[in-house]
Design a protein around this ligand. Structure first.
Ligand code: TYD
Length: 211
């Protein structure tokens, strides 16, 4: 049994992490490995409601501080209601986005500063960080073009931000990866989904085997 392993998936828009996560879920099911797969913002009823408020494209008046606090609120509820109990019961937990998203989207993209955003998140969830984070790196122009090509997917308030905003987000992620190389594993997402998914699966598999 995998004990207490918490892996998060991060990356800029259109990097394909959600599709990769789906592929990994299938592999885990085939191998009969017990796990919990979830996402942020959301993952449970209260946090999904907060998600609707944050991502509604009509909420253009939302202040960056409000946005950061709402993400932290959704994270807190999701963490204590779902993630922490699953980890406590010994499960492998895979989460599509987590605290790094706030550090880069709100801290750097919105310019609130990484340390301020880290502080409200420590209030929200304490100091628990993921054991490993897989970062799907991609040039924002390519990611946004992928989103444009898949218009049937939900378009949210952050997708429609400027290219400059998304460049800041991407550089923020790369900065975090340099600062925390033991936790953050970078994958080049500018390749066919199948290749990216295979690389991510090999990482997840080796983390499970190491545990
Ligand atoms: P989602 O549709 O889940 O996007 P993606 O498929 O790219 O993960 O929407 C989540 C959006 O919220 C995405 O634009 C990133 C943003 N976000 C933040 O800005 N801060 C956060 O803390 C989190 C969790 C997400």
């Amino acid at each position: 049994m995998v004990r207490n392993l918490f892996i998060t998936f991060e990356g800029p828009e259109g990097a394909g992490k959600t599709s990769v996560l789906k592929a990994i879920v299938e592999r885990l099911e085939n191998e009969h490995i017990e796990f919990l797969s979830t996402r942020e913002p959301g993952g449970i009823e209260i946090a999904e409601k907060i998600r609707e408020i944050i991502l509604n494209p009509e909420h253009t008046a939302m202040d960056a501080h409000t946005e950061a606090l709402l993400y932290a609120s959704a994270r807190s509820q999701h963490f204590y209601e779902k993630v922490e109990p699953a980890l406590q019961s010994g499960k492998l937990v895979l989460c599509d986005r987590f605290i790094d998203s706030s550090l880069v989207y709100q801290g750097i993209g919105r310019g609130l500063g990484i340390e301020k955003v880290r502080a409200i998140n420590e209030f929200a969830i304490g100091t628990r960080m993921p054991d490993k984070t897989i970062l799907f790196d991609l040039e924002p122009a390519i990611g946004l073009a992928r989103i444009e090509a898949n218009r049937q997917n939900e378009i949210n308030r952050l997708d429609v931000e400027s290219l400059a905003f998304h460049e800041k987000v991407r550089n923020g992620y790369l900065q975090l990866a340099v600062e925390d190389p033991n936790r953050i594993i970078l994958i080049d997402a500018n390749r066919p989904l199948k290749e990216v998914a295979e690389e991510a699966w090999l990482i997840v598999k080796s983390l499970i085997e190491e545990k």
